[in-house]
Design a protein around this ligand. Structure first.
Ligand code: RIB
Length: 332
């Protein structure tokens, strides 16, 4: 790949002159400019975005790093990020880390080398030193959905604990006498906070014990397998709070497969508010996260930080909403 030096040599000018033509800053006479541009074309020269970045030029590009693009929650989040970015004339590089720490780290390094202007990261594995290195490189970062503790950067998340309270209280209000929880992976703090919220409510009841909690991996298969285990250990459960909607879909599949009447024998409530919950039979009651608002707010804050309009870091916790549908409508 040709460099700025190769262009200078072919054009018979200094590197500084090529840089002035490249960055359109400083005087270059017309003939010299034409000679330099011709040399760039001859060499198929691609300007190094980091060099441009260092020259104070913005790439007008942000990166969104998501953990699992096969989960409908994240494309709904990405939709908001892209809409707000485009409105501000920014492009978006979308990266899928598969919840893998090394893959996530490699994407962050690649984005930094490409001179990205800022990053929105949905993660639970990003390390404090990675965030610090980005700050030292003057690259703003916003942590979205899964904030990490003691990280000195802006975070945007939903009220997971309050949402779990609302789910369990709703199941109690419709008459459930023994409520289980299917949790996401415990290393993800959204899953952990929802478990905390569940336990804060049910721990007051004598029927509660830890066998009522099974981990479901935040996916459909995991939710179904967790439901299988719960029906074996606690065949008398009549309420389920699942930590996200994909696990709820899996649990519902297992309940119906086992001949259970939903909600008559077992009522179930999910978390996220993805569109799929409207298309099951019965339709699923869920705790809807403000997915679009979270993505839009994270992008707006990041772009204002890139433009230098916002310097302080803040944590934004957005309210969630109980959406009641037939999977808990026992009155049917
Ligand atoms: O469904 C994916 C889950 O991971 C969501 O609940 C979201 O909050 C993220 O943490």
């Amino acid at each position: 790949m040709s460099t700025i030096r190769d262009v200078a040599k072919i054009a018979g000018v200094s590197v500084a002159t090529v840089s002035r033509v490249l960055n359109k800053n400083g005087y270059v006479n017309k003939d010299t400019e034409i000679t330099v541009l011709r040399a760039m074309k001859e060499l198929n020269f691609e300007p190094n975005p980091v060099a441009r970045g260092l020259a104070g030029k913005k790439m007008m590009t942000i990166s969104l790093i998501l953990p699992d693009i096969s989960n409908p929650f994240f494309p709904e989040l990405a939709r908001a990020v892209e809409d707000v970015a485009q409105k501000n004339q920014f492009n978006v590089f979308l990266c899928n880390s598969d919840n893998l720490e090394n893959k996530e780290k490699s994407y962050i390094e690649v984005m930094q080398k490409k001179g990205i202007d800022g990053l929105i990261i949905v993660s639970n594995t990003v390390e404090e030193e990675t965030i610090k290195a980005l700050h030292d490189a003057k690259i703003p970062v916003v942590l979205l959905d899964r904030p990490l503790t003691n990280n000195n950067c802006t975070m945007v998340k939903a009220q997971n604990i309050e949402g779990a309270h609302a789910a369990v209280k709703h199941l109690l209000e419709i008459g459930c006498k023994k409520i289980a929880h299917i949790s996401g992976p415990m290393n993800l703090n959204t899953a952990y906070e929802r478990l905390v919220g569940y336990k804060e409510i049910v721990s007051q009841f004598e029927w509660f014990n830890d066998s009522l909690i099974e981990e479901g991996g935040f996916d459909i298969k995991g939710g179904r397998e967790a439901m299988k285990r719960l029906l074996l250990t606690n065949p008398d459960i009549d309420g389920i709070f699942a930590g996200n909607d994909l696990m709820t879909l899996g649990a519902l599949k297992e309940l119906l497969h086992m001949g259970k009447n939903v909600p008559g024998q077992v009522a179930i409530c999910g978390f996220d508010g993805i569109q799929l919950t409207e298309y099951t039979e019965p339709e699923i009651t869920t705790i809807a996260q403000p997915i679009y608002e979270m993505g839009a707010l994270a992008t707006d804050v990041l772009i204002r930080q890139i433009k230098g309009e916002l310097n302080e870091n803040k944590t934004f916790e957005l309210p969630v909403q109980l959406i009641i549908r037939n999977s808990t409508n026992k009155k049917n």
